[in-house]
Design a protein around this ligand. Structure first.
Ligand code: DC
Length: 217
C-alpha cells in the first residue's frame, strides 16, 4: 500500500499531538510535530538575544540544525545535537514561538526542513499550515478543532500534571492570544485547507477520532 502523506492542522489544545502519535503508531508511520520546530527556533532566538533583529535572526537560522530522533516515549527533538524536547515546552517559549512564527524568515527556513522530513511519505505531519502550504498535495488532510473552553481545559490539565503553576484563566488567556496570532498573521495563517476533513474533538473521545480518521485514510 502507498505510504501516504497525512496532515493534521488545527489550533492549540485540539488534540493534534496525542492523536497524531496514536495514528502514527496504528499505521506504522513517522510522526512530525512541526510546532516543536517553531519552538526550537524560539528557544534559539531567546538564548542568543536575537528575537527582534531580522538579520540577526536570519544569521542565527543558518547555524541551526534540527533533527527528530526516536526516543523511548516518542520522537525527541535535537537542535545542534542537543536534546531540547523539554526546554521548548515552557510558557515563555510557547508564546515566543507563536510570535516568531509570523516572521517570513522563520517560515521560509522551516518550510524546506518540513518538506524534507515528509517527502518520502509514510508520515503524519501536525501543525497549522501543513495541508494549506507545506503539503498542499498531501494524500489525506485533517483539520482538528474543539471548543475554546475544552482546549483551554485540556492544556491546563496537561500543564498542571507537569507541575507548572498556572491557573485555568491564565491558560485560556494565553490560548486566546495565540489563536489570534496564529490565525490572523498574513503568512500561512491557521485555517482549514479547502479539501481538509473537519473533525471536532469536543464531544468525541480520542478512540473515536482515530477510528473516524482511519476510515478516511
Ligand atoms: O503546535 P504548537 O503549540 O507546539 O506550536 C507552537 C507555535 O508554532 C504555534 O503557536 C504557531 C507555530 N506553528 C506554526 O506557525 N505553524 C506550524 N505548522 C506549527 C506551529
Amino acid at each position: 500500500m502507498k505510504r501516504k502523506i497525512i496532515t493534521i492542522d488545527g489550533p492549540a489544545g485540539a488534540g493534534k499531538t496525542t492523536i497524531s502519535r496514536l495514528l502514527a503508531g496504528r499505521l506504522g508511520y513517522m510522526y512530525v510535530d512541526t510546532g516543536a520546530l517553531y519552538r526550537a527556533v524560539a528557544l534559539a532566538a531567546a538564548s542568543s538575544n536575537c528575537v527582534e533583529g531580522g538579520d540577526l535572526l536570519a544569521d542565527l537560522l543558518k547555524e541551526i540544525t534540527l533533527e527528530f530522533r526516536n526516543g523511548q516515549s516518542g520522537p525527541r527533538l535535537f537542535m545542534n545535537g542537543e536534546d531540547v524536547s523539554e526546554r521548548i515546552r515552557t510558557q515563555e517559549i510557547t508564546m515566543l514561538a507563536s510570535r516568531l512564527s509570523a516572521r517570513p524568515v522563520v517560515r521560509r527556513y522551516l518550510l524546506g526542513i518540513q518538506r524534507d522530513m515528509g517527502k518520502d511519505g509514510g508520515v503524519i505531519l501536525e501543525g497549522r499550515d501543513m495541508g494549506t502550504v507545506v503539503f498542499p498535495h498531501a494524500d489525506v488532510k485533517f483539520y482538528l478543532n474543539a471548543a475554546p473552553e475544552t482546549r483551554a481545559f485540556r492544556r491546563y490539565k496537561e500543564l498542571s500534571e507537569e507541575g507548572v503553576k498556572i491557573t485555568l484563566e491564565e491558560v485560556a488567556a494565553d490560548m486566546k492570544k495565540r489563536d489570534e496570532n496564529d490565525s490572523t498573521r498574513s503568512l500561512s495563517p491557521l485555517k482549514p485547507a479547502e479539501d481538509a476533513i473537519l473533525i471536532d474533538s469536543s464531544e468525541i473521545d480520542i478512540e473515536n477520532v482515530i477510528e473516524r480518521m482511519m476510515q478516511y485514510i
